[in-house]
Design a protein around this ligand. Structure first.
Ligand code: ARG
Length: 479
């Protein structure tokens, strides 16, 4: 028994007359639903400048190698600049019938130049093209993020300069611990941002490698000159393995990671300043034009900007996760999954630029409530460690001194006073080595003043650090 042929009238209706996108092997045009599903031009149009830069360099190289005419390269360049201007002016027409930015630019070129446009894709695949575009985009973005991070460092430094002598409580476990200079704590953010910027610079080195010339996966039989393209696009090196270069996105993950970690730092900062600016702490006065109100409670002046700085770090972390998961199951060389790399990466860069852009002026407009801080600075026995170290310096073993000062703190707690309010008799009752000169270790300001070690909150050390940061941030814009 054989399977009967389907009746003739069961054949699908002929698709409407639409142009085929993919050339001679196809007999059918792409289904519109597939077009909509698989297009990337709605987001990769952001790569237009990079795509055009890459194409101009590629065309110049093709001409130098005799693969296209020198006059063709010149016309290609001029037409690509026209296309760039149209895209910038918003007059360029985008359509999902052309999948991505690469096909848009190329078809606009061909519409202008005919066969010269058709020669541009010589010895090139969209696989090495998109990898090149994305690396150029990452390089530009890294430089923008770096400059924005430097601006935030400058804002922290400015506040540290203005508050150079202010002593604040330092906290561990969010419990009063030892006194520190406000400037010391502010410069801690400069340090963290400096490492973030070092990570950006390090990531930039691996971003700055040319994939173009890798073709789809295997390279090309045509006599290209990758060194010329590398130099024209300012890449530091040329990728040595076409399979790897056309397909890996580890550089995108790295950038997303650096941004996520920067986001975590900024989230920690935002959390700290939200706490410091509460009525309960009252250390900081946030600039009112960087706060928001409540629609129901007329008195509220809320730190929403800082809360969003904290909240937006979640997106940066999520984007990193999305990229890592995207890559983890891919076999070697290009797979279309890779198109999903762009939106998380774009979002991470957009997010961190938005955060940095609002953080710097917020810091610049913030002041410490010096009287509030001073009024409570001698609460919480911040000077206990200072007294313990004075005893150690006088010869008491550390464990013994720790025990002794603990007892003195307990005595002061019972009376509800500061250590310095205890009488000499009270000190002597718990501390055989007590003498009145040990009082010079007491009080938050004196405790800070006695600090000495490199990296500590000692006023002289912090002053040195302020000078060092002034030098670093004035010259190259950063660390
Ligand atoms: N839009 C694609 C992407 O972003 C460009 C490369 C497409 N290559 C391909 N062989 N389908 O990844």
């Amino acid at each position: 028994m054989s399977v009967p042929d389907p009746p003739r009238d069961a054949a699908p209706p002929a698709p409407p007359e639409r142009p085929k996108a993919w050339g001679g092997v196809f007999e059918q045009a792409t289904d519109e639903r597939v077009e909509r599903f698989s297009e990337s031009v709605s987001f990769d149009r952001r790569l237009a400048d990079d795509d055009i830069d890459g194409s101009i360099a590629h065309a110049a190289m093709l001409a130098a190698q005799g693969l296209i005419g020198a006059d063709e390269a010149a016309r290609i360049r001029a037409a690509l600049e026209e296309i760039r201007a149209e895209i910038r002016a918003g007059t360029f027409e985008f359509t999902i019938a052309k999948e991505d930015i690469h096909l848009h630019v190329e078809s606009a070129l061909t519409a202008r130049l005919g066969d010269s446009g058709r020669r541009l894709h010589t010895a090139r695949s969209r696989n090495d093209q998109v990898a090149t575009d994305l690396r150029l985009w990452c390089r530009r973005s890294i430089d923008l993020v770096d400059a924005a991070a430097a601006a935030l460092q400058r804002a922290f430094l400015g506040l540290a300069e203005r508050e150079a002598d202010l002593v604040i409580p330092g906290y561990t476990h969010l419990r009063r611990a030892q006194p520190v200079l406000a400037a010391h704590q502010l410069l801690a953010w400069c340090e963290k941002l400096d490492r973030d910027r070092q990570r950006l610079a390090d990531c930039r080195r691996r971003v700055n490698v040319l994939p173009l010339g890798s073709g789809a996966l295997a390279g090309t039989s045509l006599p290209i000159d990758r060194e010329q393209v590398r130099a024209a696009l300012g890449f530091e090196a040329t990728a040595a393995n076409s399979l790897d270069a056309a397909s890996d996105r580890d550089f995108a993950c790295e950038l997303a990671f650096v941004i996520a970690l920067m986001g975590v730092h900024l989230s920690q900062w935002a959390e700290e300043w939200i706490i410091w600016s509460t009525e309960e702490f009252g250390f900081l006065r946030l600039p009112e034009n960087f706060c928001t109100g409540s629609s129901i409670m007329p008195q509220k002046i809320n730190p929403d900007v800082l809360e969003l700085v904290r909240g937006k770090s979640a997106r940066a972390i999520g984007n990193l996760q999305a990229l890592l998961v995207l890559l983890k199951g891919l076999p070697t060389a290009y797979n279309r999954d890779l198109q999903e790399d762009k939106e998380p990466l774009f979002d991470s860069v957009d997010t961190i630029l938005a955060v940095l852009g609002v953080a710097a002026p917020l810091v610049a407009g913030t002041a410490f409530a010096r009287e509030r801080v001073a009024a409570s600075i001698d609460r919480g026995h911040l000077d206990a460690t200072s007294l313990m170290e004075a005893l150690i310096a006088a010869g008491t073993p550390q464990r013994t001194a720790h025990e002794t000062v603990g007892k003195l703190v307990r005595r002061a707690m019972r009376r509800g006073v500061a250590l310095d309010d205890l009488s000499d008799e009270e000190f002597s009752a718990d501390c055989a080595e007590w003498n009145a000169s040990l009082r010079s270790a007491l009080g938050a300001s004196r405790a800070v003043g006695r600090m000495a070690s490199f990296g500590s909150t000692a006023p002289a050390r912090v002053a040195d650090q302020i000078k060092a940061w002034q030098r670093r941030l004035s010259t190259d814009g950063g660390g």
